[in-house]
Each structure stands twice: as C-alpha cells, then as structure tokens.
Design a protein. Structure first.
Length: 359
C-alpha cells in the first residue's frame, strides 16, 4: 500500500504514577530517559515508527500542558502534529480527536495507535508485523490489534482471547481485564490468549464507523467540528467541546463491543515498562544482579536492586536485597520490589501530608 496513506498517533498523555518520584505530573515517564540511553521513551517510540511511517504523518496525542516538552524532544514536528487534550477524558475521546484530524487530511488513511512508553527489542520483526496489520486494515474493515505472546501468567495486563487458525490474522473472541492469579495461569496454559498491549491499527473509515455505532453521542459531538479540523479554529472547538466527551477507554467503548476485531500475535521482546520492576527486568545487570542508573557505586553483599540517582551520583550500599532506590533533587524513595504496586498510593499519601513525616 502507499506509504503516504500510513499514519501513527503516539499516545503520550499519561502520568506514569508507578514510576514516582522520577515520573511526575509535571514531567511524566515518557519524557524521561528511563533506560539510560540518552533518549526518552517518547523519542525511542518516534524513531521506531519512522521505519514504517513518514515523519509528517506521525502525531503525538498528549495533554495541552506537555506541548512544549514534546516539541523540545521532537523539534521536527509541526504544531499541527500535536493533538492536545484540554482535559483528561481517557483514550476514546483522545483517539476520536486524532482520527477526525487525520481523516480530514486523508480519507484513505490507515493509522496506528501506539503507546509512548513501551519497549520493543526485536524491532525488525515488529516492523514486519505492523506492515501486515496495515495491509490487512487497508483492504478490510477490520479493527486490528497487535497482541503480545505471553511469557508468563501476568496479572497486570488485560488479555485477548482469539480463535486459533493457520492464518497470520486471527479473529478476537473476547477481551478480559486484568485477571486474578488463577485465571491468569489458566489463560497462559491455554495458549489461546495474548496480552493486550494497546497497539491498534485501522482505517479511519472503519474506526469512525465503530464510533458512530458504539459511541454515538461522542461521534456526534466531534462531528460538529468537521469544518474546524486542521484550521485555526480547531483549538477553540476542542477547548469548548472536548470536556463534554464521555470519560471512557477505547477498550471499553469500542474494542470489547465490536464484532470486526482481529489480532496479529507478536513475539517481539515487548515490555510496557509500567513499573520499576518491569524496567529492572529489561535492563542489563552486573554480576550481583544490581542496576545503577545515572550514577556509579560500590555495592557489598547487595543483590537484586535497581538504583536510580541524579546524574553522576556516587552510591555506597551494603547488605540490601531486592529494593527499589530512587533519588531525585527533591525526593528519595526506598521500597522493596515486592511492594512496587503500592508506589502510586504511597506517593499520594506523601504529597498530601504537610510535613512529610510518617503517620
């Protein structure tokens, strides 16, 4: 298919609260060099997609307050490639806004929805699978998703059940939200489930039809902006109308409802990098299974830790096992890796306290 018809929207509006204290509302994790490579997660995602999609056809969906940060990290983008949400209303309104803009630019567009904070090791294989999804979506009115082959019974991801066949593209039977441990083990053992990575491909015509069918009020709301897309009046229309949209995810609003949903299984060394533990699992470790990011140190009788410091910081630790240690200019967090799911709530308690002392 013609490359000029291929588009991408990188979703970069989340806060990444489980990566506190590095990831904050002022500067979420997608704008940080979480991997110590010299590039932010957003920059990595953008560079990855350039192999499939023209640079002028890559859009960034984010909150309005992050517009300067995005342009600082991706200065080659034009202002019109920023899809700025004036309010946090979940993924369904954000995606419909993006679809509306892109369809106005090119009614033949086939587009990718990609999170900004994922890591993919086998990029060449990813590009191949993505092209297969583009090709299918350009020929059939399918809502495509790329589902990750599970490597263990993870309870932190949603799952996609598919109907097995000998084809690359498989029909989705059902979506399931994050399961309990027993159900996750059952899904993993069955070989009929994939992790839901939130990576979608569809033609703008197909997804607009789905919005009209399953989220008609939202479709009608955004249809009023038809004459404003990609013009000087777009921003005012969005400010006035976007907050009126239903707060709902694309998964709940459309993907779990639609009949024409298909999946391509992928095994590309994927991680959503959603927690410090996930980051620890992806990075290279020293012989004692420790990781020090942005600093250096002497660690004795210390194993299984991830240590994130300010640049150039020297670290001395003795007798610590399996901890997350994160130091920023204003915060210090020391917490067992086993308790990483509590970081989001614990940071809220800290921020809501007046003196920073434990209760």
């Amino acid at each position: 298919m013609q490359k000029e018809n291929l588009y991408a929207v990188i979703m970069a509006g989340g806060v990444g609260a489980r990566f506190w204290p590095v990831s904050t509302e002022e500067k979420p994790k997608q704008f940080h060099d979480m991997l110590g490579t010299g590039y932010s997660l957003l920059q990595h995602t953008y560079k990855r997609l350039l192999k499939n999609i023209p640079s002028t056809n890559i859009f960034i969906s984010t909150n309005k307050k992050y517009s300067k940060t995005v342009l600082a990290q991706l200065p080659e983008l034009s202002d019109n490639q920023l899809i700025l949400e004036p309010a946090m209303r979940n993924t369904a309104p954000a995606i419909l806004y993006a679809v509306s803009k892109i369809h106005d630019l090119n009614p033949n567009a086939v587009m990718l929805i990609a999170p900004s904070d994922h890591w993919i090791e086998k990029e060449n294989l990813f590009h191949k699978k993505l092209n297969q999804a583009f090709e299918t979506a350009s020929k059939k009115e399918f809502l495509m998703t790329l589902g990750v082959q599970p490597t263990y019974a993870n309870t932190g991801y949603g799952y996609i059940k598919y109907i097995p066949n000998d084809e690359t593209v498989k029909k989705v039977a059902a979506f399931t939200e994050k399961p309990d441990p027993d159900k996750a083990a059952e899904f993993f053992a069955s070989k009929k489930y994939l992790w839901n990575a939130g990576i979608f491909v569809w033609s703008t015509i197909s997804i607009l039809t789905a919005y009209k069918t399953y989220l008609p009020d939202m479709y009608e709301l955004f249809s009023k902006g038809k004459s404003f897309w990609n013009s000087s009046n777009e921003a005012k229309f969005i400010i006035d109308n976007y907050p009126k949209a239903q707060n709902i995810s694309i998964d709940f609003g459309i993907m779990e409802m639609a009949e024409n949903v298909y999946v391509i299984p992928i095994d590309v060394g994927w991680s959503d990098l959603g927690t410090w533990g996930a980051l620890y699992n992806k990075l290279s470790k020293n012989k004692s299974e420790n990781i020090i990011l942005h600093g250096s140190g002497f660690l004795e009788n210390t194993t299984g830790n991830i240590i994130h410091t300010q640049k150039g910081k020297k670290v001395l630790i003795k007798g610590l096992q399996n901890f997350i240690i994160v130091e920023t200019k204003d915060e210090l967090m020391i917490i067992p890796k086993s308790d990483e799911q509590a970081i989001k709530e614990l940071s809220k308690k800290l921020n809501h306290s007046h003196d920073g002392k434990a209760n």
